[in-house]
Design a protein around this ligand. Sequence first.
Ligand code: SF4
Length: 357
Amino acid sequence: METKFQTEFRRKLLQWYRKYKRDLPWRKTRDPYSIWVSEIMLQQTQVATVIPFYKRFLNRFPDLRSLAKAEEEEVLAQWAGLGYYRRAKLLQRGAQEVLARHGGELPDNAEALEALPGIGPYTAGAIASIAFQKPSPLVDGNVIRVLSRVFRRQGHAKSPALQKEIWGYAKDLVDPAHPGDFNQALMELGATVCRVALPSCGRCPLQGLCAAKESGDPEAYPETPPTQKTLKLERAVAVALQGEAILLVKFRQSRWFQGMWGLPHEYVAETGASREIVAEFLENHLGIRFPKAQALPSTRHSITHHRIDSLAWIGQSQGKPRLLGPISEARFFTPEEIADAALPNFDRKVLEAAKII
Ligand code: SF4
């Protein structure tokens, strides 16, 4: 039986959401595939960044079948710029599995969804509740913040004990009549009102139900997790030209960008020798000579807790690429081809510094 607290919580939250929800493209559809794409893109990425990528991706892959049948390189090219490329590969693998095992229809319940590649408990809950109206809970960073404040729970946001507790609260609270709206409302409240710093308790629909507000110090919940140290890396990068065309390669093993094109590079301990390092790399691993390279302005990029400085050199090169070591593919791209290539952002920044794109 529904408790008075549940009734009040659901009613106030849903009323607020219907009045104040942001107009986002994935809220205009009930198509499970489109909702799946949006949820994967929104992982670790801001809403405003996702919107153009979401539209472009669905334009190119309008349904599950078109994604499942596409070349992986084209999927990565459509994802280029969004980062965390493993998400794109798993999304495509998931689409292929749905086609092979479920006749092209996404399963309608969280348990079966979670068995698919790239779908964890959060995404399974989101698709089941938003696309299929199943009363499945979900928990993300926003939900942890809102519920740890409402119930004034101890622990930091990444602690397994707090997360387990929050999943329990989310399960109890999800509205069986409007689960999709309820879950989106909870996340929306965390994103727009119950912010990390300076939550707007005065305009929060849950203020009468919130123990942290009552305590007078809502920002104390959840506790701040211990910070992870930033690791600084430097890499020597080659912008090796032949005429206007630029050499791109694929590494056999790549920590972050497996399967993507990139500029030839090597991580270095000593920045002073970066010019010799790129020349030796091209000679030893590709049989390319790079005799008169000029320095480009260095660029900086962050990936997870790594800060990577790129020390790049540009110049005409000589020779046809041969694959002699860690490189699995290599070829020269025109600047126009590069615009559509699956190329990570830290290499795009180098090419922007070189005024090539
Ligand atoms: S009352 Fe304040 S702390 Fe509590 S949920 Fe609302 S915004 Fe967050």
